[in-house]
Design a protein around this ligand. Structure first.
Ligand code: HPA
Length: 265
C-alpha cells in the first residue's frame, strides 16, 4: 500500500472521488492542519487543500510547516502537489501542465525550515534537485497516457506574493532561466525534503506572466483558467494514485537528513 498525499492548489479542492473520506484536524507543533483521509485504488490517500476551505489563506500565510508535519505524522511517503502558475515561456501556454524540475526561490518572509530551534539544531538540507525523480517519472508516465499537453521540465520561480509581479521582475526571471511563476512551491517542497518525504509538483499554466500577457492580471482569470483544467487534473491525480508501473530512477529522499541524524517528529 502506497501512502500518498495530494496537496491541492488554487481550483483543486478535492476530487469527487474523495467523498467518503474522513475529515480530520491533525494537531502539530505549528498548529492544526485539516486533512481528508481515505483510501483509493488500494492506497492510503490524504488530501490537503492548500488555501483552505473557500480559498481563504493567501500563499504567504499558508501554514506550510503544519501541513507537512501533519502528513509526516500520518505516515505519508509521497506528496503530489498542484499549483497554478503564470508562464514566462512562450512554449508553455494556458492549460498546459508542467512537471517542474527546478526552482528559483524569490520568497522573502516565510519560515522555510523545521530546523530553527536549539533543540532541533542546525541542518542544511541538500536541495540540488528540489523534486523527487521517482515521483516526477510516475507523473510523467501517467501524463503520457493522456491527451493533456504537458512539459517534462520547467523552472518554477516562487515569488512572495500575494501581489502579481511587475513586468521588469518577469523579464529578470526569464533572463535567469525561469519558465513559470507561482507563489507556493517554496517552502512546501523544501519542508517535504527536510521531512524526508518524496515530493513532486505539477503546475498548470493559467496565464502568461505580467508584461507578457496583453492584459492586466487578475485572480479571476487564474481561477477561470483552472476551472477548464480541473477535469484533466482530477484524471491525472486518479492515475497517479492508481499507478503501479515501474520507474527507472531511484531517490534518496527518505534518507536525505541522515547526516543530521534523520528527521524526527
Ligand atoms: N504569478 C504568480 N502566481 C501565479 C500567476 C502569476 O502570473 N498565475 C497563477 N499563479
Amino acid at each position: 500500500m502506497r501512502k500518498i498525499a495530494i496537496i491541492g492548489g488554487t481550483g483543486i479542492y478535492g476530487p469527487e472521488a474523495l467523498s467518503g473520506f474522513e475529515s480530520r484536524i491533525v494537531q502539530t507543533p505549528y498548529g492544526p492542519a485539516l486533512c481528508n483521509i481515505g483510501e483509493m485504488s488500494g492506497n492510503m490517500v490524504v488530501f490537503i487543500t492548500r488555501h483552505g476551505v473557500g480559498h481563504k489563506t493567501p500563499p504567504h500565510k499558508v501554514n506550510y510547516r503544519a501541513n507537512i508535519w501533519a502528513l509526516k505524522s500520518l505516515g505519508i511517503e509521497e506528496i503530489f502537489a498542484t499549483t497554478a502558475v503564470g508562464s514566462l515561456n512562450p512554449e508553455m501556454k494556458a492549460g498546459h501542465f508542467v512537471v517542474c524540475d527546478q526552482v528559483l526561490d524569490f520568497t522573502k518572509s516565510r519560515i522555510n525550515t523545521f530546523y530553527d530551534t536549539p533543540e532541533r539544531g542546525v541542518a542544511h538540507v541538500d536541495f540540488t534537485y528540489p523534486y523527487c525523480p521517482v515521483l516526477r517519472e510516475k507523473v510523467i508516465n501517467c501524463l503520457k497516457n493522456t491527451d493533456i499537453v504537458f512539459h517534462e521540465h520547467g523552472t518554477y520561480v516562487c515569488t512572495e506574493g500575494p501581489r502579481f509581479e511587475t513586468a521588469a521582475e518577469i523579464k529578470m526571471f526569464a533572463q535567469l532561466g525561469g519558465d513559470l511563476v507561482g507563489m507556493t512551491n517554496i517552502p512546501e517542497s523544501l519542508l517535504a525534503r527536510e521531512a524526508e518525504m518524496c515530493y513532486t509538483n505539477c503546475s498548470i499554466v493559467t496565464n502568461m506572466a505580467a508584461g507578457i500577457s496583453p492584459t492586466p492580471l487578475s485572480h479571476s482569470e487564474v481561477v477561470e483558467e483552472m476551472q477548464r483544467s480541473i477535469v484533466n487534473m482530477e484524471k491525472l491525480i486518479s492515475a497517479f494514485i492508481a499507478y503501479d508501473g515501474l520507474v527507472h530512477t531511484e531517490c534518496g529522499c527518505h534518507s536525505c537528513m541522515a547526516e543530521f541524524g534523520g528527521f524526527k517528529l
